[in-house]
Design a protein around this ligand. Structure first.
Ligand SMILES: Cc1cc2nc3c(=O)[nH]c(=O)nc-3n(C[C@H](O)[C@H](O)[C@H](O)COP(=O)(O)OP(=O)(O)OC[C@H]3O[C@@H](n4cnc5c(N)ncnc54)[C@H](O)[C@@H]3O)c2cc1C
Length: 440
């Protein structure tokens, strides 16, 4: 099975391979067959936005009518829906993290066996091992696994969600936490997802037959209701008006800054960073760390090439504060970035904002048009959200071939380099050539 290579080029190549298969997606997607050719396996790239949602849906639309791709587009939109729902209910994340910290201190009986895939339950044990080895599971395997974890093994859902998030290459605070809550009966209150042995046998082509081993009836997990929805963040002043010189902060939740971000000012420098303390606190597995760091390096390389500017990589326990201090030392007046979503990277962003304020640095967040349009519909159930998303997609999203790169339009007013920085002639030339050759 092809490995997940953490570059945008590899994601585009996977997208090209999948596009001709999309017409069979709706019929075949529920089957967890060896190789999983019926599903896209694009999630590690989409989660980090090494590929963006509009380009993924636009690519599969090429050569197919809407009905052939609708189911796939709907699944891509589930991801946006979960992200939006979490913005309205951030406590779904903070309460979950608190529970993980508490439960990790005194794990319940059976927890270690479940993690090691030593429960004796056919299917479950293989998925536990596949998750640790490969960092990816088919959607149905995730649902069956979560259901068995909660209702058969009777383990706390939070520890299962944590196991996923530590090992999944596509680990996403919103999709993961809220899917586990959905299986447990906490999202649609009282409505659980109960895995059945015959369904598992049928959808795995008979590879797994856990007859007689699964709970046959399930009590929904209960908890006090989450606090009422909050008003989610919405974009403030345009990124293009951030005072220059501007530094672009790249974080792992949006790694294609050169794709479809017309308002992004031309940065004078690109900054990325890593916090070992955060990685340790989240307990990310080594392969997740390696994948994320390589994806960051790939994005930084593309950004540097697109704008012909240098890249700075910081390593610090308190990354947000370190970026602000560094920006001040470099003579930058602003840091701009796509705003991270509820989860650990938003915490870094908040620290950056606070530290920036203390030193008089402007910190400005942007948001992609896709999110700005769709997030407002995600406060309720998925289907009202999908009605709006579908109407927008069918009226405005054009089919588009998979491309290898797209260059953001320049904004010369903000191209001034920071004090002390002299671009090399070759960097500047690459930048200008790219601008001249950019696609309309
Ligand atoms: C318990 C549980 C935990 C999950 N945790 C994550 C997670 O941490 N990160 C994550 O990206 N997805 C998560 N999912 C959703 C889904 O399982 C994966 O996105 C999907 O299996 C990825 O495989 P694919 O790229 O082949 O998907 P495809 O079926 O090819 O779908 C295309 C894209 O649509 C999106 N998508 C598809 N199904 C879903 C879904 N149900 N929810 C949200 N987005 C979806 C993904 O971006 C995916 O790449 C979880 C599902 C469950 C049941």
């Amino acid at each position: 099975m092809a490995a997940f290579v953490p570059t945008r080029a590899a994601g585009l190549s996977r997208l090209r391979e999948f596009t001709p298969k999309v017409a069979r997606y709706s019929e075949d997607r529920d089957f967890d067959r060896p190789g999983n050719q019926a599903v896209s396996r694009l999630s590690p790239w989409i989660q980090r936005r090494l590929l963006t949602e509009p380009e993924v849906i636009g690519a599969v639309r090429q050569g197919h009518d809407w009905t052939a791709v609708e189911k796939f587009a709907q699944e891509v939109c589930w991801r946006t829906y979960w992200k939006g729902w979490m913005e309205y209910h951030p406590e779904a994340w903070s309460f979950y993290r608190e529970a993980v910290t508490r439960l990790r201190r005194a794990p319940p009986a059976g927890y270690a066996e479940a993690l090691a895939g030593r429960t004796g339950i056919d299917g479950f044990d293989s998925w536990a091992k596949q998750l640790v080895e490969e960092g990816w599971l088919h959607n149905h395997a995730r649902m069956w696994f979560a259901s068995i974890w909660i209702f058969t093994l009777r383990l706390p859902w939070e520890l299962g969600a944590d196991f996923f998030l530590r090992h999944l290459l596509d680990g996403d605070p919103a999709s993961n936490t809220l899917s586990w809550r959905w299986v447990a009966g906490l999202h649609t209150r009282g409505k659980v997802y109960l895995a059945k042995a015959d369904n598992i046998a049928r959808h795995t082509g008979g590879r797994h037959r856990p007859e007689g081993r699964l709970a046959v009836d399930a009590q929904a997990v209960t908890e006090p209701p989450l606090p009422p929805a909050v008003t989610p963040w919405t974009p403030g002043p345009e990124l293009a008006t951030a005072p220059g010189p501007v530094g672009l902060w790249l974080h792992p939740e949006d790694l294609s800054p050169e794709v479809s971000l017309p308002g992004l000012p031309t940065p004078a420098v690109v900054v990325t960073g890593w916090s070992e303390a955060m990685a340790e606190e989240q307990a990310w597995d080594a392969k997740v760390v390696a994948f994320t760091q390589a994806a960051l390096a790939d994005a930084a390389g593309r950004a540097a090439e697109t704008w012909g500017v240098p890249v700075e990589t910081l390593r610090a326990p308190a990354l947000g504060a370190a970026v602000a201090e560094w920006a001040q030392r470099r003579g930058l007046r602003s840091i701009v970035a796509l705003r991270p979503w509820t989860g650990p990277w938003l915490e870094v962003a908040r620290d950056l904002e606070a530290a920036g304020k203390a030193v008089g640095l402007t910190v400005r967040w942007g948001r992609r048009d896709w999110d700005t349009r769709l997030i407002p519909y995600s406060s309720r159930g998925f289907f009202p959200f999908w009605n709006e998303a579908r109407a927008w997609l069918t009226s405005s999203l054009e089919p588009s071939p998979v491309v290898s790169s797209r260059v953001a339009p320049p904004s010369p007013a903000h191209a001034d380099p920071p004090a002390g920085y002299t671009p090399t002639p070759s960097a500047r030339t690459t930048h200008l050539n790219r601008i001249r050759n950019r696609r309309p």
